[in-house]
Ligand binder design. Structure first.
Ligand code: IPE
Ligand code: IPE
Ligand code: MG
Length: 238
């Protein structure tokens, strides 16, 4: 008789810290930008795979507020890649019903990149087949400070009545569910300032694969690991 197994529960929202591009390139004796380019290919594959696996939202960390510490040449390459990715894939993503959003600090991005991001958001605003959130120039602490400033402004400086749900409305991620699963590639076991508020009860899966090598099989593996976890949210076993 076939073994009775509970069908694995697919995470609705998966967030990914796409790490390891530089090491992937170094292992091939190539410049770091080569790894970032290959990382975009992995992102394309992952967006497709996530939809196929029943995930509804994917949030990807592609440039942190701390990544400004890198050499200007690498920062430029990362900006150029986002520009290229959004420009090249917008038609396809839009026609597939993908809703695109960016989170993070918008000042300091440059007029042309801002326009590309705003155009993508505007054009895909009413799409509801899949949500792709790109965290660019994003830092969790930065987001929380900006949210606090916006909250104070909206409440005329009196935050005494503010609760968690009220505060969340000022986060960049307002309207999105919290990530069920956060994946980090490259073997590092840290959060690096990603979704500090939103990941409070996320399940974490750390994988040794370098981001450019990440593919549908890797995503499937992470989702299978997630399905075996028991989420308790501070309570006791159901
Ligand atoms: C991830 O790869 C991409 C970004 C952080 C922008 P890295 O560039 O951090 O690659 P490693 O971690 O140095 O290998
Ligand atoms: C996190 O990776 C940021 C992104 C993936 C965009 P980093 O490579 O910047 O993180 P650290 O420096 O290893 O913590
Ligand atoms: Mg890294």
């Amino acid at each position: 008789m076939a073994e009775m197994r509970k069908p694995p529960t697919a995470p609705r929202h998966v967030a990914i810290i796409m790490d390891g591009n530089g090491r992937w390139a170094a292992a091939r004796g190539r410049p770091r930008a080569f790894g970032h380019r290959q990382g975009v290919e992995a992102l394309r594959k992952t967006v497709r795979a996530a939809g196929d696996l029943g995930v509804e939202q994917l949030t990807v960390f592609s440039f942190s507020t701390e990544n400004w510490r890198r050499p200007a040449e690498e920062v430029d390459a990362l900006f150029e890649l986002l520009r290229m990715y959004v420009t090249a894939d917008l038609d396809k993503l839009a026609s597939e019903g993908v809703n695109i959003q960016a989170i993070g600090r918008r000042d300091g991005l440059g007029r042309d990149l801002l326009e590309i991001i705003e155009r993508a958001e505007e054009r895909t605003r009413d799409n509801d087949q899949f949500k792709l959130v790109i965290a660019f120039n994003y830092g969790g602490r930065d987001e929380l400070v900006r949210a606090a400033q916006r909250a104070a402004e909206a409440h005329d400086g009196d935050l005494s009545g503010l609760d968690e749900a009220g505060f969340e409305r000022f986060l960049d991620t307002k309207g999105s569910p919290d990530p069920d699963l956060v994946i980090r590639t490259s073997g590092e076991h840290r959060i690096s300032n990603f979704l500090l508020w939103q990941a409070a009860y996320s399940e974490f899966v750390f994988m040794d694969v370098l981001w450019p090598d990440f593919d549908e099989a890797s995503l499937k593996m992470a989702i299978e690991e997630y399905a075996m976890r028991e989420r308790r949210y501070g309570g006791v076993d159901g």
